[in-house]
Design a protein. Structure first.
Length: 157
């Protein structure tokens, strides 16, 4: 083992070979994140069909925010946590942005704009149609769950 292989790899390392060795790890993290996003969609469909009442509504809201956090981490990792931000802050940034977007979309429902878009079902699934205050609790829970999941995925990769 070479002496420089003993420490953790840093993408800002002086030797470009060190940064290149991180690419398989980043690919693995992106793959795990994509699998987690697909599983979240599947869980969301099951929750919508199988869990009735307030519990199903809160679970669906939480999963919505978890999915947003995963998609942000997958699609825009540099946007969520640019190089100036320490890598350990990427998960809180993605989870925080997902929570803020979820709450923003819920508050948008107070305007009636999403209800006007109900003619196109995918828009209705993304934006919803009516404001429900309890959904805000689900979004907060989903933000916390998204943060935990992103941290777990980071350690697993």
């Amino acid at each position: 083992m070479r002496k420089d292989d003993s420490g953790p790899l840093d993408p800002r390392a002086a030797d470009p070979g060190d940064a290149r060795r991180l690419r398989p790890r980043a690919r693995r993290r992106r793959l795990l994140t994509a699998v987690a996003a697909a599983a979240t969609v599947a869980l969301g469909v099951v929750a919508k069909l199988a869990v009735p009442g307030l519990t199903g509504d809160l679970l669906g809201s939480a999963l919505y925010t978890v999915l947003l956090a995963l998609l942000l981490a997958l699609v825009a990792p540099r946007l969520v946590a640019p190089r100036l931000v320490a890598p350990r802050l990427a998960a809180p940034a993605a989870a925080g942005a997902a929570t803020a977007a979820s709450v923003g979309i819920e508050l948008l429902q107070l305007t009636g704009l999403p209800a006007a878009a109900d003619a196109f079902p995918p828009v209705a699934w993304v934006l919803g149609s009516t404001f429900v205050a309890t959904d805000l609790l689900g979004y907060l829970a989903g933000g916390v769950a998204g943060l935990v999941l992103l941290r777990v995925l980071r350690r697993a990769s």
